[in-house]
Design a protein around this ligand. Structure first.
Ligand SMILES: [Zn+2]
Ligand SMILES: [Zn+2]
Length: 136
């Protein structure tokens, strides 16, 4: 997934054996990156978290997302762990065609995933005259 720093400057790095193990998981969908940034808002409380692997749903289990989490300063273990966490249910513009999932896990610290990042182009900025339509 993301090789780019989103917000929190913490980063974890996987050894070859760990990458091989994560990629060998049954129903795994992602190529596991060697180095991953924490997905949370800079200065967040608690453990750092990064999305490591996605697992397809099967007959017996729904699709799952594997996150790797670690305490500050322990990015290579032994306290680092990778586990499936349920998704955050928050949605931006819920119920509209522009609905966007948070993408983080349930109960995460800091901002939701859709709240990160500045607008990329002018097209991403709602013009003032549109905003005024909603002020009535
Ligand atoms: Zn972090
Ligand atoms: Zn969220």
């Amino acid at each position: 997934m993301s090789l780019h720093k989103i917000s929190c400057p913490a980063r974890t790095t996987f050894r070859d054996a760990e990458i091989a193990e994560l990629e060998a998981l049954e129903n795994g969908v992602l190529r596991v990156e060697r180095s991953l940034w924490c997905y949370l808002q800079e200065g967040h409380a608690g453990l750092h978290h990064t999305l490591t692997q996605g697992l397809h749903g099967t007959e017996h289990e729904p699709a799952r997302t594997l996150w790797t989490r670690w305490p500050d300063g322990d990015e290579h273990g032994p306290l680092r762990e990778t586990l499936a966490l349920p998704p955050c249910a928050e949605k931006f513009l819920a119920g509209t065609v522009e609905e966007e999932c948070c993408g983080l896990y349930e109960g995460h610290a800091g901002r939701h995933g859709f709240e990160f990042g500045p607008p990329i182009t002018e097209a991403d900025i709602t013009p003032d005259w549109v905003l005024r339509l909603f002020e009535e």
